[in-house]
Design a protein around this ligand. Structure first.
Ligand code: UN1
Length: 518
């Protein structure tokens, strides 16, 4: 795959002279095309709803069908391309992302709101994933093991799966698609990619980058739209593998369909992650950790800290210090220097946050800061919400149990380490947890006893690194991991080969090295 693909890249965007808002397209069968119906939806800047980023095709089952047909052709070609050559394309993708990092971070902040520092990090996570994937092209190991028979070889190796359905959320518009698509591609699969309708611009640029790096055009298909597109992907008989990141509710529906159709499915879903701070902790560190974990990305991460479990001895001091710091967080347009917290993604997510503030009040939790829409200084133009903390939250209450996906932190007071661990584990989710302590024994107990896919010691619940497995237990996932080495198992099928060069029939389990008994 030495030469860049010959595709007309700039036509991802079609300039319509009559309107200032650019119109973008799907990428299907090697061409940038509108939806069959011509319908579009708007991509709106959540920090200023008068700013329309672009119009994107409102697609459905027909576009998915066309995409799958093309992807089948792409799969035939790409699956026969040597894996190291596939890895080389990914290395070039990494290089282009490095060169375009600032541009992509800017457009990402404009369409989904998180501050530039964070969108730069999002692109960096894609870069890290690309370079890791590039080296995996030379490391898709199988095993050669001794056969129980003479003059016979036994080995396992990997084959690609086919056309992969990739359905991604708004909160990591570049990183999460790269987590899924880079390993899928290195393993030799083709992808039909449906990004969240809130972040179609980043997705479009991402596909442009893949093509610029030399990915054969049929290997990737981009289909914009809402739930109908995702549903059509999940139910398509020629898509044997689906990877989804999003809500537990949607994941369940996807799981039902994939179960009936015997599809391979990876789910990354909700979280209700806790930071535990024990009496012996470094409190400065703990305050910094929870500020970043709870209010970074406006609380819209699966890994966000939404519960703060405090041991009695430090409870009052920590809450006081935290509230002071939270009140000085600067809300605003993420592209402005000095912004700490951006808006929520859309009106519905802000209504959901408001609903949970109400639930918290009714459940008798004490609102210590925030709780309202943020207004003034231009904030009325977007979906801003004050960073919010409830204290005295009761374990088992809805506020404590349910995922909010917004800047709302619930503080729970406990007496002992055992109690803290029990609170951490007593939710239906299990993505990440954090424990702040100076006691090495407690730290190792936490690693062993907390029911999460990831546990941090003296670091916040967010910030997983691209080269380690990422995922959660219980209703956060379905047993798979993204990132690191494990994800390559998901995107490849293990096959076993036996080569018998003895020239005679050798019967396994019968004519073995012990000799035939009779
Ligand atoms: C997510 O919120 O779905 O660990 C992913 C983190 C990031 C990824 C979050 N690296 O917070």
């Amino acid at each position: 795959m030495a030469s860049p693909a010959k595709v007309d890249r700039p036509r991802a965007v079609k300039k319509t002279p009559s309107a200032a808002v650019p119109t973008f397209q799907n990428f299907i069968a090697g061409r940038w095309v509108p939806a069959a119906s011509g319908a579009t939806f708007d991509d709106v800047n959540p920090a200023d709803t008068s700013d329309i980023v672009g119009r994107f095709p409102q697609s459905g089952a027909a576009e998915v069908d066309a995409a799958v047909r093309a992807a089948r052709r792409g799969f035939d070609q790409w699956s026969r391309t040597p894996a190291p050559a596939r890895g080389d394309v990914l290395r070039r993708v990494g290089d282009i992302l490095v060169a375009r990092k600032e541009e992509i971070a800017n457009l990402m902040t404009r369409e989904m709101g998180k501050p530039l520092t964070e969108t730069r990090g999002d692109v960096q996570e894609g870069i890290d994933t690309a370079y890791y994937a590039a080296t995996m092209g030379r490391q898709l190991f199988g095993r050669t093991v001794p056969s129980e028979l003479r003059a016979k070889w036994a080995m396992s190796y990997r084959r690609p799966v086919g056309v992969c359905g990739i359905i991604t959320p708004f909160n990591f518009p570049l990183a999460i698609p790269t987590w899924k698509m880079f390993p899928a591609l290195v393993c030799g699969n083709a992808c039909v990619f449906k990004p969240a309708e809130d972040v179609p611009h980043t997705a479009t640029v991402f596909v442009e980058v893949l093509l610029e790096a030399g990915l054969p055009p049929d290997v990737v298909q981009l289909v914009h739209g809402h739930g109908e597109v995702g549903a059509a992907i999940v139910a398509h008989p020629e898509i044997p593998l689906v990877s989804f990141t999003g809500s537990t509710e949607t994941g369940r529906l996807i799981g039902e369909v994939c179960g009936r159709m015997h599809k391979r499915l990876s789910l990354e879903m909700g979280g209700k992650n806790a930071q535990i701070v024990l009496d012996d902790a470094d409190l400065d560190l703990a305050v910094e950790g929870v500020l970043w974990g709870a209010f970074g990305t406006t609380g819209q991460r699966c890994t966000a800290t939404s519960r703060l479990v405090l041991q009695r001895g430090i409870h009052d001091t920590l809450v006081k210090r935290l509230v002071e710091r939270v009140q000085s967080l600067r809300l605003g347009d993420g592209r402005r220097n000095g912004t700490d917290v951006g808006p929520l993604i859309h009106a519905d997510s802000r209504s959901k946050v408001e609903e949970y503030v109400e639930i918290g009040r009714k459940e008798g939790a004490r609102l210590v800061t925030g709780g309202k829409r943020a207004t003034g200084g231009g904030l009325d133009k977007g979906f801003f919400f004050q960073p919010t903390i409830f204290d005295g939250v009761r374990p088992g209450s809805r506020l404590e149990q349910e995922e909010i996906f917004g800047p709302v932190l619930s503080v729970i007071r406990v007496d002992t380490v055992d109690e803290a661990f029990a609170v951490n584990n007593d939710v239906r989710y299990g993505l990440s947890s954090a424990v702040y302590t100076r006691d090495v024994s407690v730290a190792f107990r936490a690693l062993a006893e907390l029911d999460n896919g990831i546990t941090y010691i003296n670091a916040p619940t967010i910030g997983a690194e691209a080269h380690l497995p990422f995922g959660g237990v219980k209703q956060t996932g379905n047993g798979h991991r993204e990132g690191g080495w494990e994800v390559y198992d998901f995107y490849s099928e293990t096959k076993v080969g036996y080569v018998d060069y003895s020239g005679m029939l050798q019967r396994a389990q019968i004519d073995n090295y012990l000799g035939t008994p009779d």
